[in-house]
Every structure is written in structure tokens, then in C-alpha cells.
Design a protein around this ligand. Structure first.
Ligand code: HEM
Length: 412
């Protein structure tokens, strides 16, 4: 989680501040701002956010690889910011693997990866196809749809309920909670009006997963909840609080981003008709297209770390525990790494993007996300030969880190 609120700095030049993402026009197309940052000040001290902003590919990799992820605010910091009401959320976050360093992170990820074995994910592939077919079947007769509401939201949400091993009927509730929690992840704007609602959602999620754990202790089901409860490495097990916190992380991480991959991906293809046509003509390009769509409009644009010690990055001195934002969305458009980075090229080779992060926290669900994206794009292209963008203006969601559309109207 990045800093929760901006600092007012009289006289400072705001033109390079990441806070400009609050301007809907910049949010709709942040890439000119990223290009300026990378060209003019690639390791930039943002006086408004009070954080370093890092935009070059090599620097982003270094930050993700070496810097500390223990950046959830302590109760003292929240109190100092007048945000003590958010303490219960901080208490959940410090038990989530995303905000831990080794050795605590290694232990938790090791235990959780037992529950996330590749065969478990592969088993879901045929089922993901069935869910996608059912969702599209429902809208095909109408000739038009909102991609977000009809497919991009429900698909990851249903898949996530099944993966967790909780009742699929609960998926709309899981989605609502997940959207609330996502306001805390990858976002550096703080909206005090929303705090009570986010807090309520977090408390409800804690109760929901605690009771799922009790039920599944009595009647084990296949899925992540039971697998995390039973995961064991040399006698070590996760505590109930750790299981709950990481079910919440997985649920949110698995939904908000995958929705964005599908929505942003469909939009990017429609805005680049030559690429759409090429893909239609050769569906074997779908896996390569998904990687390019992840690079081109990264669903998760940036993440936060702390400097592990006094050090130098890109010639700038960074002090121990200073906050650093690694902008994956900018690294993925770095011309030093990706030739002609603003061009969508579904056949791009050597496409080692950082959309899933890098290093110890590399996305836990990347394999699942890829299967969902591949299935969604391929099925839409097969079943919707005349896909076209609707006339409605595009509205990007207000979350500054999780880049995605609120609606995407298409006809087919
Ligand atoms: C297109 C879809 C997805 C994208 C773009 C994405 C992106 C990311 C990124 C960038 C990180 C690293 C964040 C950091 O280093 O601060 C991450 C971590 C993580 N993701 Fe994903 N993710 C996606 C889908 C999923 C899915 C489907 C799941 C679960 C089923 C998931 C679960 C996680 C978890 C648990 C972590 C934390 C790993 C750790 O801290 O060791 N993600 N994801």
C-alpha cells in the first residue's frame, strides 16, 4: 500500500507528480506522464506523495527484487495521520504475504504454494472454458454487451469462489468485498468518506473466512481454504488469522487484476484493428497476445516498497526506509527494454514484462490469470465475429494503481 494521502507542498512543481493521475485525462492515458518521468527524472522524488517514483525498467526490477515489502503503515503511523480507524485493516495486511520480507514471506509463500500446485490450476482450465461459454451464451442473442459486467467481472469472481472452495452463489458478495479492499491496494488516494464502508467489508470478510475455516475443518472441501488450513511443512502450519488474511489477499488479487486484463485487453485490441484482425486469423497467437496486452495496459500499474538501507538508485541517494513506488506500467513502456513500446504488437518477442511483478513477490496467480485471459479472448473472438466498440465514453476506475474500465460497451 502506498501513502494514503498527498502532502500539500507550496511552490513545488506538480507536473511530474504521480498524483496527476487524479486528473481523469491523465488517468485515461498515463503514458505521456510516465515517458516524461522516465526521460526527465527516472528516480524522482515526489514531494506531493513524499515518495520516490521509479519508472525505468532496470530500476523497477531492482526495487522489486531488493527492496522491502513491509510497507503497511504501523498503528502509530496511522494514528499520526489521523487514520486510526483503519487500524483493523492494517492488522490484516501485516499477515498477508505481499507485505512481508524473508524469512516470514518465504515461510508463508512456501506453505501457501502447496495449496496452489500447478495441477490444481490446470484442472480449472476446462472449467474456466465452461464458465466463459455460459456467461457469453447469456448475452449473445442481444448483439451487444458491457464487457466488464458480462464477462470481465463475473469470470474471475466465479473462478475465485471455486478456487477458494466457498459456495459459488456467494460470488457477487465476494466481488463487492474485493472491490472495497482494492481501494487499499495499489492506491494512494485516501477517501475518508469510504473508510467506514471498507472497514465494514474487511470485518465481514474476516467473519466469512473464519466461519468457512470452521465449516471446512468439520467437512473438508477441495479448494484454497482447506488447503491453507491443512498445509504443513515440517510441522509448521498457518495460524487461522494467517489463513484468513491470505484468503482475502488471494481473493482480491485474483479478481480486480484479472477483470482489468480482460477489459483493457478487449479495448486495446479494438483500438488496434490490424492486431485484432491478425489475432482472429491465427488464434494460436492468443498466449503471445495476452503477454503483450499485459505489457501494453498493465492491470496493476505500480506497487510500493521501502529502501532496505541507505543506497543509490539511478544516481539519486535514497535513505533507509524511504518509500519508493515502482511503476510497472512505465517500466513496461521503457524504450530501452521494449523497442517501439507504445505499439501493440501481439507477436512481440522477448516480452519479459513486469505486469506480474518480479522477484520474491512475483504474482502467485499468474498461471491462473493467463488461463483466464487466454480463454476469455479466444472465446470472444471465436463467437463474436463483428466485435466493435460502442459509442459510450470510456470511464476509467478511480483506483490509481489498478488500471481498468468501469464499463466497456461493445456490439458484435
Ligand atoms: C492479470 C492478472 C494479475 C495481475 C496483473 C497480477 C499482478 C500482480 C503483481 C504485480 C504482484 C506483485 C505485487 C508486488 O510485488 O508488490 C502480484 C502478487 C500476487 N498476486 Fe497477482 N496478479 C494477477 C492475478 C492474480 C490471481 C489470479 C491471483 C490468485 C489466484 C493472484 C494472487 C497474487 C498474490 C497472492 C500475490 C502476492 C505474492 C507474494 O507476495 O508473494 N494474482 N500480482
Amino acid at each position: 500500500m502506498s501513502a494514503l494521502t498527498a502532502v500539500r507542498v507550496d511552490g513545488a512543481d506538480p507536473s511530474l507528480s504521480l498524483f496527476r493521475l487524479l486528473d481523469p485525462q491523465v488517468l485515461a492515458n498515463p503514458y505521456p506522464l510516465y515517458h516524461r518521468l522516465r526521460a526527465e527524472d527516472p528516480v524522482h522524488w515526489d514531494p506531493f506523495l513524499h515518495e520516490w517514483v521509479v519508472t525505468r525498467y532496470t530500476d523497477v526490477i531492482r526495487v522489486l527484487h531488493e527492496f522491502s515489502a513491509t510497507c503497511t503503515p504501523t498503528p502509530e503511523q496511522l494514528n499520526a495521520m489521523g487514520l486510526s480507524a483503519l487500524n483493523p485493516i492494517g492488522q490484516v495486511m501485516i499477515k498477508q504475504m505481499l507485505f512481508m520480507d524473508a524469512p516470514a514471506h518465504t515461510r508463508l509463500r512456501g506453505l501457501a504454494s502447496q495449496a496452489f500446485a500447478p495441477h490444481r490450476v490446470e484442472l480449472l482450465r476446462a472449467h474456466i472454458q465452461e464458465i466463459t461459454d455460459d456467461l457469453l451464451e447469456a448475452v449473445l442473442p442481444g448483439g451487444s454487451m458491457d464487457v466488464i459486467a458480462a464477462l470481465a467481472e463475473p469470470l474471475p469472481c466465479i473462478v475465485m469462489a471455486e478456487m477458494l472452495g466457498v459456495p459459488v452463489e456467494d460470488h457477487t458478495q465476494l466481488k463487492a468485498w474485493s472491490q472495497d479492499f482494492a481501494e487499499m491496494l495499489g492506491n494512494f488516494q485516501y477517501n475518508p468518506d469510504r473508510a467506514p464502508r471498507i472497514l465494514k467489508s474487511v470485518n465481514e470478510m474476516i467473519r466469512y473466512f473464519s466461519s468457512a475455516i470452521s465449516e471446512q475443518r468439520a467437512r473438508p472441501r477441495s479448494g484454497l481454504v482447506s488447503a491453507l488450513v491443512n498445509a504443513e511443512v515440517q510441522g509448521d502450519r498457518l495460524s487461522e488469522e494467517e489463513v484468513v488474511a491470505n484468503c482475502i489477499l488471494t481473493m482480491v488479487g485474483g479478481q480486480e487484476t484479472t477483470t482489468n486484463l480482460i477489459g483493457n485487453g478487449v479495448l486495446s485490441l479494438l483500438r488496434n484493428p490490424d492486431q485484432l484482425q491478425q489475432l482472429r486469423g491465427d488464434l494460436s497467437l492468443v498466449p503471445s497476445a495476452v503477454e503483450e496486452l499485459l505489457r501494453y495496459e498493465s492491470p496493476s500499474q505500480h506497487t510500493a516498497r521501502l529502501a532496505p538501507e541507505d543506497l543509490e538508485l539511478g544516481g539519486r541517494p535514497i535513505r533507509k526506509r524511504q518509500a519508493v513506488i515502482a511503476v510497472m506500467g512505465a517500466a513496461n513502456r521503457d524504450p530501452e527494454r521494449f523497442p517501439d513500446p507504445d505499439r501493440l504488437d501481439i507477436t512481440r518477442r522477448d516480452n519479459r514484462h513486469v505486469a506480474f511483478g518480479w522477484g520474491p513477490h512475483f504474482c502467485f496467480g499468474a498461471a491462473l490469470a493467463r488461463i483466464e485471459g487466454q480463454t476469455a479472448f479466444e472465446t470472444m473472438l471465436r463467437r463474436m465475429p463483428k466485435l466493435a466498440l460502442g459509442p459510450d465514453p470510456l470511464v476509467w476506475r478511480a483506483n490509481l494503481g489498478l488500471r481498468g474500465l468501469t464499463r466497456l460497451q461493445v456490439s458484435f
